[in-house]
Design a protein around this ligand. Structure first.
Ligand code: PXP
Length: 254
């Protein structure tokens, strides 16, 4: 099968959180994360990912309702394993729920979920989500204990945290980066052997995506911050040109 064939290709989940970050910085209705998600669908995204944080610093409850109601692509709802979030997930029944650890002071999701230490609670926690038809994914560090625990508690998917790999790349530590990549690859193999589907994400850029995308066991990558950042440079000229035209047209009409 050719690598571009649908069944064989690696899915791209586009995370639209940081469209909401820009919106919330001003309290305006724009830019609208739903509009970005619909554009992402048209551009070939295989899914849309949104993280409803407990502090609602970017995506809001209304965004999740709009995404759940309007998207054609599968919605992957990222959330902390709290009662409040589970009730929201059960209200919308997104295609997937990805459980992530959350600390209020963090800038982004800094570590993986400690499934091994919280296995009993998490098994009970995910049961109603699985029952409702959500594919439950656990965002974990590429670590054998975490992979094994995820399989034991009945998750369908693990998302391997690529943040450390990407940070080491940015720090110029090629040896450390390659060691972390080898861990990701080994844990992808281990997860598939345990019956889990394997996704990955966090911090990926054009420079770091290649080696992760090449891992045969990988079925989906979730990418957000860099896509929104790079879109500025791909779109800014057109936006400025449109503002120029609007100003010139107003002067001409005056
Ligand atoms: N996957 C998970 C589980 C995440 O929490 C995040 C960040 O919200 C991402 C992927 C996307 O990371 P980034 O925005 O750095 O591409």
């Amino acid at each position: 099968m050719a690598p571009t064939d649908r069944a064989d290709r690696l899915r791209l989940g586009v995370n639209i959180d940081h469209v909401a970050t820009v919106r919330n910085a001003r309290g305006t209705p724009y830019p609208d994360p739903l509009r970005a998600a619909l554009l992402a669908e048209q551009a070939g995204a295989d899914g849309i990912t949104a993280h409803l944080r407990e502090d609602r610093r970017h995506i809001t409850d209304a965004d999740i309702a709009a995404l759940a109601g309007r998207l054609s692509a599968p919605l992957n709802l990222e959330m902390a394993a709290t009662e409040e979030m589970r009730a929201i997930a059960l209200r919308h029944v997104p295609h997937a729920v990805c459980l992530v650890p959350e600390r209020r002071a963090e800038r982004t999701t800094e570590g993986g979920l400690d499934v091994a230490a919280d296995a009993v609670r998490l098994r009970d926690y995910i049961a109603p989500l699985v029952e409702a038809g959500c594919r439950v994914s656990l965002f974990i560090a590429p670590d054998a204990d975490q992979v094994d625990a995820a399989a034991e508690i009945g998750a369908a998917v693990v998302e391997l945290h690529t943040g450390a790999y990407c940070d080491l790349h940015l720090e110029g530590d090629g040896e450390g980066r390659d060691a972390e990549l080898a861990r990701i690859e080994a844990m992808a193999r281990r997860a598939v052997a345990a019956g889990l589907e394997v996704h990955a994400g966090h911090g990926l850029t054009y420079d770091t995506v290649g080696p992760v995308a090449a891992i045969a066991q990988m079925t989906e990558l979730n990418i957000g911050h860099f896509l929104i950042a790079d879109a500025l440079f791909r779109g800014l000229s057109g936006t400025i040109a449109q503002m120029r035209r609007a100003m010139d047209a107003a002067r001409l009409a005056a």
